[in-house]
Design a protein around this ligand. Structure first.
Ligand SMILES: C[S@@+](CC[C@H](N)C(=O)[O-])C[C@H]1O[C@@H](n2cnc3c(N)ncnc32)[C@H](O)[C@@H]1O
Length: 271
């Protein structure tokens, strides 16, 4: 467990952990092993997104850039930032090979290197629950968005993916329930160790699992942090796999019982 009282230690640890994960993470997501992201969560995110053609957007915690590229393909001029330089290098190399006018930069979401009101919108795909001091990160994102701009983000669902979640299946393998625990545990930097569920055994033998510091907050804490930053909560989606998708990609079948992700869109008021 990471020292809770020293924010610099925490921040350094978060960037060190993600830097250590970045090479394998990039390889595995580009090989298609993040099935929740590719088959369910990103399509639901894009479906919920307002028209972004011609808008100037910031993707916070962009990783190797797959979702930043999805927003650029939807017509926005994108900037992506991430705390791990190796992710930024992979995203930049992709941009050089297949240009979409995306600018990438290594930066901490807590200290965004941008002027006030510079962006029409911001996005964050599965990164906010991996950051310490989310209340300050929300204020920082609020600062760089123009009045009337929006911030749409997705996180692990605060209620259904607390620090403990287990999928229960019957004898024939059908998902019948999901067990959760530790919803009220004050998790601030505990390191979770895992692979993508669909990673084949031979790949597991060749690669180390990810070590991810987790910053779990309850649903009420999220709503209160959102309000304290000055945002208005405008829309919310909890993606559920269709019957067809669950039959095709068994790994996402648990989302027919409870969601894994919470997607929200926040609006910055006009003044
Ligand atoms: C689960 S990955 C998601 C990556 C990408 N958004 C995607 O959807 O594929 C979380 C990302 O958040 C980044 N991250 C964590 N803390 C950060 C911080 N304080 N500032 C910027 N990025 C951060 C990590 O380096 C990592 O790339």
């Amino acid at each position: 467990m990471i020292e809770k009282t020293d924010n610099d230690v925490l921040k350094r640890s978060v960037s060190d952990h993600w830097e250590a994960n970045a090479e394998t993470w990039t390889k595995h997501v580009r090989a298609g092993y993040d099935i929740y992201r590719d088959a369910l969560h990103t399509p639901a995110f894009l479906e919920m997104l307002p028209d972004i053609k011609g808008l100037n957007g910031l993707d916070v915690g962009c990783g190797e850039g797959a979702n930043t590229r999805a927003l650029a393909r939807a017509g926005a001029t994108m900037t992506g930032i991430d705390i791990a330089p190796t992710f930024v290098r992979h995203a930049t190399e992709y941009e050089q090979q297949e240009p979409l006018s995306i600018r990438y930069q290594t930066a901490d979401a807590l200290h965004l290197p941008f002027d006030d009101a510079q962006f029409d919108f911001a996005s964050a795909f599965m990164s906010m629950m991996d950051m310490p001091q989310q209340s300050d990160v929300l204020k920082e994102i609020f600062r760089v968005i123009k009045p009337q701009g929006f911030f749409q983000f997705t996180i692990l669902h605060p209620c259904f993916v607390p620090p403990f979640r287990k999928t229960i299946r019957n004898e024939s393998g059908k998902v019948t329930a999901v067990m959760v625990a530790d919803y009220f545990a004050n998790i601030d930097g505990n390191v979770e160790t895992w692979w993508f569920s669909s990673l084949p055994q031979e790949e597991r033998e060749q690669s180390k699992p990810f070590n991810i510091p987790r910053f779990h907050r309850t649903l009420s804490e999220w709503i209160n942090m959102i309000n304290a930053a000055g945002f208005i909560l405008e829309a919310s989606v909890e993606p559920m796999a269709s019957e067809e998708l669950a039959a095709q990609e068994d790994v996402v079948a648990d989302t027919r019982v409870t969601p894994i992700a919470w997607i929200v869109r926040l609006r910055k008021p006009s003044s």
